[in-house]
Design a binder for this molecule. Structure first.
Ligand code: GLP
Length: 263
């Protein structure tokens, strides 16, 4: 395992700075250059292909993949995120329907179970490449007249602001590792059970009202998460008072928020 990690590091060093799409040396060449056995090298390359650092093309070799998008954990929209990186965002609405919230979503969205909600699934693209699938749940009363086409022509957050006067200012998001199912793989154009991130976001308007609950599947080969590590207030407090409860309380508060209880 350590040997394999070592090889991964060395191949990453080798491709660092190489242009996207450049061919890497053959397996035979690499195993002799790096002084490792073919099976170890192959296992390391396999991992790098799965992670999106390398791309394999049947019959023609292995090439440098596109660097991953370093996704910050902020309340920004997909469109804004992509534009900031100089990429052109677009969307395809796979489905839009109106249904009743039901008990679970009613609780998350703070509406009664019988309240109508819009459920919309969109494929999100950047420069024409698939990046994510997102399913929005919004109380219908907040977005009268919302059509599938509206969600394709631009950003939902922009539309919320411009047409409905709702500005998203905060939210809670959970992130879990997952793999793509059949439907997601087909829509994203990736092999079945490809690594992915599952984001679940509940967003609030300035008034404090819950606006959307969103389930997103982001491609694991295109994204990595980046976050600034802020000082741990809990630990400082615990250090001062001599008890470890500050940390526990922080965790309880975040957990309650993630479960929709607010803070
Ligand atoms: C991100 C979030 C979603 C949010 C979306 C809005 O992708 N994960 O929760 O609904 O942005 O994006 P846009 O305004 O581009 O439609």
């Amino acid at each position: 395992m350590t040997k394999q990690n070592d090889v991964v590091e060395r191949v990453l060093e080798l491709i660092d700075g190489l242009p996207v799409g450049d061919a890497i040396p053959s397996e035979r060449q690499l195993s002799s250059d790096l002084g490792v056995s073919r099976p170890t090298l192959r296992a390391a390359l396999e991992g790098l292909v799965r992670g999106g650092y390398l791309v394999r093309r049947q019959g023609s070799g292995t090439f440098v993949g596109r660097p991953k998008i370093a996704q910050e954990l902020t309340i920004t929209s997909f469109s804004e995120d992509m534009r900031r990186r100089g990429m052109a965002p677009s969307s395809r609405t796979i489905e839009l329907r109106v249904t009743t919230a039901g008990a679970r979503l009613g609780q998350v969205l703070h509406v009664s179970p019988g309240e109508p909600i819009v459920v919309a699934t969109r494929l999100r693209l950047a420069d024409g490449d698939t990046m994510a699938i997102e399913t929005l749940h919004i109380p219908s009363a907040l977005v009268p007249g919302l059509r599938a086409k509206d969600l394709e022509s631009g950003s939902f957050y922009d539309l919320l602001e411009q047409r409905y006067g709702i500005v998203i200012v905060s939210g809670i998001q959970t992130i879990e590792p997952t793999v793509t199912n059949e439907e997601e793989s087909a829509a994203l154009g990736v092999p079945l059970h490809s690594p992915a991130f599952l984001f679940e976001r509940t967003s609030r308007a300035r008034s404090g009202q819950i606006v959307e609950s969103v389930r997103s599947i982001y491609r694991g080969d295109r994204y990595k998460l980046v976050t600034e590590l802020s000082p741990n207030a809990g630990r400082e407090l615990a250090g001062r008072s001599g008890s470890g409860h500050g940390v526990d309380n922080d965790q309880r508060r975040l957990q309650a928020a993630a479960e929709g209880g607010g803070t």
